[in-house]
Ligand binder design. Structure first.
Ligand code: CTP
Ligand code: MG
Length: 263
């Protein structure tokens, strides 16, 4: 190819979208439900299309939805230097991530793992996380301060303590890793999986890296990265989407999502 970029794309973005969405209860897998007239998968592809560098996008979806996911991605104008791949989902989120890792091309060095369930995450958060991974050579996750007062549940439905909130943050996605660090952490977890109970299942990728002794850096997250889990979250996200269309914050992400007309 004559117009090959000077630096080959080394960024991989894995979007995990193979969950069933049981808590949302929409009757369709969550990533294929709509927010503002677009599926969550489409929101994710559009956000990736707004990034300032190219790479490989891996959509992890259930086998039955693979063709539909490809169609959705194909309809989004994506820089031609991006490649889109499909991986089949696993039973648990971490297994879906593992299948996503296996679908990455040679040459990918930095990987971002993102929940399709966070459809309004601004592209700036992806870029902040990727930049932190490259700067430190270690892992990085976006985080926001915890707003609620946190208490520990004691016996008989009483409070046993108030937790010091100052040291706590709520963590979002995309979470970023040097690919070798993430692949090794998943490999180690898979080898140990036999003996592990469900209670011990990691709830994010950073946890796997932490268990393997790796350092995870915190970067600034965004209220727009709110996760769609239950029906009430849909109302919150609809509010964020409506607000983003007219507000300066969330600028590029909101713009990318609303440029084709005022929804
Ligand atoms: N996910 C996945 N594969 C799984 C489970 C989850 O790819 N086996 C993805 C989901 O599609 C979602 C993200 O991981 O984008 C976060 O998971 P969650 O919010 O729990 O989504 P669901 O598992 O779909 O929802 P629920 O737990 O309510 O069924
Ligand atoms: Mg789940």
């Amino acid at each position: 190819m004559t117009d090959a970029p000077h630096r080959l794309a080394d960024l991989g973005v894995i979007v995990v979208a193979a969950g069933r969405g049981e808590r949302l209860g929409a009757g369709t897998p969550k990533a294929f439900t709509e927010l503002g007239g677009r599926t969550l998968i489409e929101h994710a592809v559009r956000t990736v299309s707004a990034l300032s560098e190219p790479g490989q996008l891996v959509l992890v979806v259930s086998e039955a939805r693979a063709a539909e996911a490809l169609d959705i991605a194909a309809a989004v104008p994506l820089d031609s230097r991006w490649t889109v791949s499909i991986a089949h989902g696993g039973r648990e989120r971490h297994e879906s991530v593992r299948f996503g890792i296996e679908a990455l091309h040679d040459g990918i060095r930095t990987v971002l793992v993102h929940d399709a369930a966070r459809p309004l995450t601004p592209p700036e958060v992806f870029e902040r996380v990727a930049a932190a991974v490259r700067r430190t050579g270690q892992s990085a996750v976006p985080a926001v301060a915890v707003a609620d007062t946190l208490k520990e549940r004691g016996e008989g439905g009483t409070v046993s303590a108030t937790v010091d909130r100052s040291a706590l943050v709520a963590v979002q996605t995309p979470q970023g890793f040097p690919l070798d660090v993430l692949a090794a952490a998943h490999q180690t977890a898979q080898e140990r999986e036999g003996g592990a109970s469900d209670d011990d299942a990691p709830t994010d990728d950073a946890e796997l890296v932490q268990r393997a002794g790796g350092t995870v850096h915190l970067v600034e997250g965004s209220p727009y990265a709110h996760k769609l889990t239950r029906p009430a979250d849909l109302l919150m996200l609809e509010g964020l989407l409506a607000g983003a269309a007219g507000a300066p914050h969330g600028a590029r992400g909101a713009h990318a999502r609303t440029e084709e007309g005022s929804r």
